[in-house]
Design a protein around this ligand. Structure first.
Ligand code: PLP
Length: 361
């Protein structure tokens, strides 16, 4: 007995967890600074924590009201109809729902390279395939309609990541507009705004009232600090009506996740403080690291360090975990998540020391 041919399915390589690294190094996880997965270093909103505690005794019941309430609150926030808000287990879950809704077997998606690997993984799970457009380091990861259209060949879905992971580059809203007007009628543009809260660009959700071929992904994992709960959503074209009911996994967004997200939306202070902290950390990393870095609109900074694997391993031995971008196809770069002041300063000290010792590749 074997599963279907999975040889084209590349496993997702997450940033390394503190427990895992602590065990390997034989140290206390508390002594590690984890800046590898773009999580919120200030944790979740205390109001979200309270909502989770309050909801704990009710988890014997399937989540229904909480899901409806969250959908309505998000629709209200973005001035959409509730049918346009697809609540999901993380933005990754929303990617699966969109893929299910869009792809026939052998259909293709067009995605950025380097980029977020789950786009192509989801396409393959759904018997489709992925091709890439380049987001070129030589052009400082500039993202334009033209660079996408150069590679575009009528794919069913086109992913745009803004801010882009791992570079932090944005896609200007007018360029997205140009793309919406340029692609063929059967193509859906999927704008991934997982890091949207950290950027000054307006959200592409504003374009949903004008264009019928755009979907936008958002998540509570990054700015809202709820990565462990798995909650996100897609905003979809108005004409899709009841498609959600036909593609979603029943009750995949849990009661606790929906309740926490509802509370987190009410705690604007927490998001504001998080964004301010990220702005400080981004500036500090760019000003103080002794290696080239790129301007970032996300909660992370990409840095060119020479041998990324050697540098990230050395950094880990010093207790600072950063993301080796070799798996993104950038073997000379690391991605450093924006930490608290203390974490950011520690990361800069450790990394500057290492790059002064490790010769460039
Ligand atoms: C983190 C991330 C996501 C989704 O994260 P979830 O935890 O599944 O919500 C989506 N896209 C990009 C580019 C990301 O970095």
């Amino acid at each position: 007995m074997q599963p279907r041919d999975l040889s084209a399915h590349t496993p997702y390589v997450p940033g390394r967890g503190t427990e895992e690294v602590a065990r390997e190094l034989g140290v206390d996880p508390e002594d590690l600074t984890k800046l590898s997965s773009n999580e919120n270093p200030h944790g979740p909103s205390q109001q979200a924590v309270a909502a989770i505690q309050d909801a704990a005794p009710t988890v014997s019941v399937y989540p229904k009201t909480a899901h409806t309430d969250l959908t309505e609150k998000l629709a209200d926030k973005w001035r959409l109809t509730p049918e346009q808000v697809w609540v999901s287990p993380g933005a990754d879950g929303a990617i699966d729902y969109l893929t299910r809704a869009m792809l026939e077997p052998d259909d293709r998606v067009l995605e950025p390279s380097p980029g977020f690997t789950y786009y192509s993984m989801s396409a393959r799970y759904h018997h489709g395939d992925a091709v890439q457009y380049e987001v070129s380091k030589d052009d400082d990861f500039e993202q334009t309609a033209e660079s996408v259209l150069d590679a575009y060949d009528g794919e069913r879905m086109v992913y745009l990541t803004t801010p882009h992971n791992p570079s932090g580059a944005t896609f200007a809203i007018d360029e997205i507009r140009t793309l919406a007007e340029s692609v063929e009628d059967h193509t859906l543009l999927v704008v991934d705004e997982a890091y949207g809260e950290f950027s000054d660009e307006p959200s592409a959700i504003d374009l949903l009232s004008e264009y019928d071929n755009i979907a936008v992904l958002r998540t509570f994992s990054k700015a809202y600090g709820l990565a462990g709960l798995r909650i996100g959503y897609a905003c979809v074209p108005e004409s899709w009506a009841d498609a959600y009911a036909r593609v979603n996994t029943p009750f995949a967004a849990s009661e606790l996740a929906c309740r926490a997200a509802l509370a987190a939306l009410d705690d604007e202070d927490h998001v504001e403080k998080t964004v301010e902290s990220v702005e400080w950390s981004r500036d500090y990393l760019r000003a103080e690291l002794d290696v080239p870095t790129w301007e970032s609109a996300g909660n992370f900074v990409l840095a060119q360090v020479g041998d990324a694997t050697a540098v990230s391993e050395a950094s880990q031995r010093e207790g600072v975990i950063v993301r080796d971008c070799t798996s993104f196809g950038l073997p000379e770069c690391i991605r450093i998540s924006c930490g608290t002041k203390a974490q950011t300063k520690r990361a800069v000290d450790v990394l500057n020391q290492i790059v002064s010792e490790v010769p460039p590749a």
